[in-house]
Design a protein around this ligand. Structure first.
Ligand code: HEC
Length: 306
């Protein structure tokens, strides 16, 4: 998936910065007689900072009754850690091998109907229903842990890797598990109330039946879109525009242009920094795309100012 690879994670920058300051401090100390730091030494420190492998990191897991911060080393020596082969990795688009801990082992006391959120270093927030994360057969969720001694490849030239922590799946087609359920560069996992409880402004008309197409579209919206988009100002995402305020895309995309946009945003407008992934029919079949658009259309009639 093409989620949040665009920005250098803030933590990495900060680590880099403090490292650079240490180096600059040392260099500064050596060169105090010259009073000013030479530009050359700063550049050398910067080059060093980008050449070094990923630093060991930490992952905070906040559940209703417990909060635990794991260090990379604790996870790499976790009793359940294994070597896992991932076929067609969603972020690397090829087969990958990871040291990984079954996610269920890190979620004591979590029940299938609980709701979790994985927050990435750059603010991408993946909404996750606990049920598939707790399965121990079929599609299985793993927390892949990047070992600083064996760093993973960059996601793209000049970009960081999917580390320090990455949610990967074995047998994802048995879920099925969508690309949005593979958050990478994870900084923390939190147990939260369900999306509907936290953000009532996202709710369709409560008079609709639970299996109404609009409610089914709402579920698809949560699974595929809410990680990046707010609606009526509701949601935690900071990546894409609000999809109802001031205008709902169903109000200004005519004909089937909205569906064409979701299928392939770059087919309609083109720019290098574009971050919205294409939703192919293999991920979001035509029937589901219709349900999703039905939800958006319905919400155009339920605007709330944030
Ligand atoms: C990984 C983040 C991400 C996901 C997931 C995502 N979007 Fe987007 N979306 C964006 C971003 C960022 C933009 C702004 C254009 C760009 O940078 O590509 C955007 C733009 C849009 C636009 C165009 C708005 C405009 O007026 O230009 C629509 C419509 C849209 N998204 C709908 C959706 C729907 C529906 C889904 C779920 C099926 C979805 N997006 C999933 C990030 C995302």
């Amino acid at each position: 998936m093409a989620a949040p690879a665009g920005t250098l994670p803030i933590a990495v920058l900060l680590q880099g910065l403090s490292f650079c300051m240490q180096i600059c401090g040392i260099v500064g100390h050596i060169t105090t007689s010259h009073r000013a730091l030479s530009l050359k030494s700063i550049l050398a420190a910067l080059a060093l900072m980008f050449a070094l492998p990923t630093w060991a990191a930490q992952l905070t897991i906040e559940l209703d009754h417990t909060r635990k911060t794991w260090q990379t080393a604790d996870l790499l020596t976790h009793p359940d850690v294994q070597t896992v082969q991932v076929v067609d990795d969603v972020s690397y688009k090829r087969n990958m091998t990871y040291r990984a801990v079954p996610l269920a082992s890190l979620l004591p006391g979590v029940k299938p109907d609980n709701h979790l959120q994985a927050v990435a270093l750059d603010g991408f927030a993946a909404e996750l229903t606990a049920a598939p994360l707790l399965e121990n057969h079929g599609a299985r969720a793993w927390l892949a842990v990047e070992d600083p001694a064996h760093p993973w490849p960059a996601l793209a030239a000049g970009k960081p890797s999917a580390g320090p922590f990455y949610l990967v799946w074995t047998d994802p087609q048995a879920g099925p598990i969508s690309p949005e359920q593979w958050p990478f560069q994870i900084a923390g996992i939190k147990q939260l109330k369900t999306v509907a409880e936290r953000f009532p402004a996202l709710l369709p008309d409560p008079k609709l039946a639970a299996n109404d197409p609009v409610n089914r579209g709402f579920a698809l919206f949560q699974k595929n879109c809410l990680a990046c988009h707010r609606l009526n100002g509701a949601g935690d995402a900071q990546v894409g525009p609000d999809l109802n305020i001031p205008y709902n895309p169903t109000e200004y995309f005519s004909g089937d242009f909205l569906k064409r946009y979701i299928r392939d945003p770059q087919s309609m407008r083109h720019w290098p920094q574009a971050k919205m992934p294409a939703f192919a029919a293999s991920v979001l079949p035509d029937g589901e795309l219709d349900l999703l658009v039905a939800y958006l259309k319905h919400m155009a009639g339920r605007k709330q100012q944030p």
